[in-house]
Design a protein around this ligand. Structure first.
Ligand code: LIP
Length: 276
């Protein structure tokens, strides 16, 4: 931290560089393991999948973080939970969009975020199948690097009214919760242009940052699903929030362009999208 208590830009740069290296390296492991065949199990429900590659990716990430920064804490989707003393905590989704990974739909990612004293200050999201890497550091902007393209700054979505907005969302692995979620979408859809359900929260948030979605919302996410993508979208100039003035949380995570956000968030509040 600097003398005024704000995160030190130099420390942010170090964490961002490591987040990029980790996301890229784990994505390469995921890509090569998929080619060799995938062992699949179920978790909370028969639709909530986990693979040997999810576990291998998380092990790879943890080993490298411990080697590089042994004093840092770690939280991972597949069970990694390690205390730390540095004030830095790594929040890991070793494969976000596991169902897409199993099916071979190219919409899954390794998501790596670094918190400093509870605030996400660096994040990287890498799609193993396309090679696209999204990254951001707090106060430093958001960027994407696509194979054979220049690293490009992300500036968020176009300015459109609610009735022309294309909005991403996602659904729970629990059938009864999905029934409540689709009831919200049934009321939302006639008031916007269209819905996209692509299956990876971290990449959905990056698509808003990249202007390929006008907004995204989802209830029931875990911190590893949104930690890095929310920072990337925020650093691209998006509004990142929960509903009713709350922060992003498992209740609801939303990202939208600044012009669209007030009308979309007001509609989601009227539909009780955070109470599903
Ligand atoms: C997925 C999220 C997605 C959500 C899925 C699932 P996972 O994460 O990224 O947005 O709709 O239900 O939770 O389980 O593939 O890491």
């Amino acid at each position: 931290m600097t003398t005024d208590g704000t995160p030190d830009p130099d420390q942010i740069a170090v964490l961002q560089s490591l987040a990029v290296e980790l996301a890229r390296g784990a994505a390469e492991l995921v890509r090569t393991q998929r080619a060799a065949g995938v062992q699949v199990w179920t978790k909370s429900t028969v639709t909530d999948l986990v693979t040997a590659t999810d576990r291998a990716s998380e092990r790879w990430l943890v080993e490298r973080i411990v080697a590089a920064r042994p004093e840092d804490a770690i939280l991972g989707e597949e069970g990694a939970e390690r205390p730390g003393s540095s004030g830095v905590r790594w929040v890991l989704d070793p494969i976000d969009g596991t169902v897409n990974f199993v099916l071979g739909l190219p919409q899954y990612a390794v998501s790596v975020a670094a918190e400093l004293d509870g605030v996400v200050v660096a994040g990287a999201v890498c799609n193993p199948q396309t090679g696209d890497l999204y990254e951001a550091g707090l106060g430093g902007g958001a960027f994407v690097e696509r194979p054979s393209e220049q690293r490009t700054r992300l500036t968020g979505p176009r300015s459109v009214p609610l009735g022309q907005a294309v909005v991403g969302t996602g659904f729970s692995y629990d059938a009864s919760r999905r029934r409540r979620q689709i009831a919200v979408v049934a009321q939302l859809l006639p008031q916007i242009a269209d819905i996209r359900r692509m299956g990876s929260a971290s990449l959905d948030l990056c698509q808003v940052a990249a202007g390929r979605l006008d907004a995204y919302f989802e209830a029931g996410l875990s911190p590893w699903d949104y930690a890095a993508g929310a920072l990337i979208a925020a650093e691209a100039g998006c509004v990142i929030t929960g509903l009713r003035g709350r922060e992003v949380s498992g209740a609801l995570a939303a990202a939208a362009g600044a012009d669209l956000a007030p009308d979309l968030l007001a509609l989601l509040e009227r539909l009780d999208a955070d109470s599903v």
